[in-house]
Design a protein around this ligand. Structure first.
Ligand code: MEV
Length: 323
């Protein structure tokens, strides 16, 4: 047993296939070079101490048996991760957990999923338990579902495996397709989106228009599969049209917003190959696929339209132990 372990995991950026992936369909997600860092230390007693300044938790202590909905929001993923780990491996100990995010939880880069992966990975090191990536995924995905009730698990997979993944909802397939950098620009709308609300909204729409919405998902599947082939062939220039098509379909599902549209149209007018929202919609970020020549013009256009360009690199390394 070790006393103290430090772990880091990347944030994620959804490229293609958001929302449909919730229904067991495929998506393409990439890990970004902005990382969550978590230190887990064994303490006396059986309480969990949490220091998570990025989500406003300065020094919180509670018993691990506290129901998740009685905890502050920023503590729920950490406690769910510890609970599920303890349940599987029958180990209990007092812990002090410190989290430090390299990115704002506002961007929708998946700070909750990265933190969940870091905590479970760190616990496996503390208790000398060898867990493979698939088991790590199962424990973390269970924890995310315990907290938010919905989700495909794509963000957990990106935090564990890193790179750019072809992921099928629930983790039925998880393939790393490239570690290369994607030629893209990310623009933040300045509006924090609530994933659960947006997933529920699409679910309501699907309930009342099952055939239509499933046909939209079928087309998104085709787009994702075409993108998969383009990535394998290193053909990033042809992402643009597919991004525009995916955006049109997301708009028809009611998850785009005027602000997202402004940034997307500004990027296209400035010469991007194509652009779309990334993630749940309702705010958060948009992405534009660009050539090197046009990058600066697209970035300026996004800023002029009221967005904030966020500098990231794609295909980052998955979860790792830090010295
Ligand atoms: C949110 O970033 C992406 C969604 O597809 C939800 C999920 O896959 O968990 C909307």
């Amino acid at each position: 047993m070790k006393n103290k372990v430090k772990v880091s995991a990347p944030g994620k950026l959804m490229l293609f296939g958001e929302h449909s992936v919730v229904y067991g369909r495929p998506c393409i997600v990439t890990a970004v070079n902005q990382r969550m860092r978590v230190t887990v230390e064994v303490t006396k007693g059986d309480g969990i101490e949490l220091v998570a300044p990025n989500v406003g938790i300065k020094n919180f202590k509670a018993s691990i048996s506290t129901p998740l909905d009685k905890l502050p929001k920023g503590a729920r993923f950490v406690f769910a991760a510890v609970k599920n780990f303890n349940k599987k491996y029958k180990v209990v100990s007092g812990l002090c957990i410190k989290t430090q995010s390299g990115f704002s939880s506002e961007f929708g880069f998946g700070s909750s999923s990265s933190v969940t992966v870091c905590v479970v990975k760190a616990l496996s090191q503390i208790f000398d338990i060898d867990i493979c990536s698939n088991i790590l995924f199962d424990i973390c995905y269970r924890s995310v579902l315990d907290v938010q009730g919905v989700g495909s698990g794509f963000d957990i997979a990106a935090a564990i495996w890193g790179g750019t993944l072809y992921f099928v909802g629930g983790g039925k397939t998880i393939n790393c397709i490239t570690k290369k950098k994607m030629p893209l620009v990310v623009g933040y709308t300045g509006i924090k989106a609530d994933t659960t609300t947006l997933v529920k909204r699409v679910s309501e729409l699907r309930k009342s228009n099952l055939k239509l919405v499933d046909s939209i998902f079928d087309i998104i599947d085709s787009i994702v599969n075409m993108v998969h082939k383009l990535i394998v062939n290193n053909d990033f220039d042809n992402f643009g049209q597919l991004a525009n098509l995916n955006q049109g379909l997301l708009d028809s599902l009611g998850v785009s917003t005027p602000k997202l549209s402004d940034l997307i149209f500004a990027a296209r007018s400035a010469g991007a190959y194509g652009a779309k929202l990334s993630g749940a919609g309702g705010g958060d970020c948009m992405i534009a696929f660009v050539s090197n020549k046009k990058r600066i013009f697209v970035e300026k256009a996004i800023e002029k339209a009221g967005g904030k360009v966020i500098s990231i690199k794609t295909g980052a390394k998955g979860v790792k132990i830090e010295k």
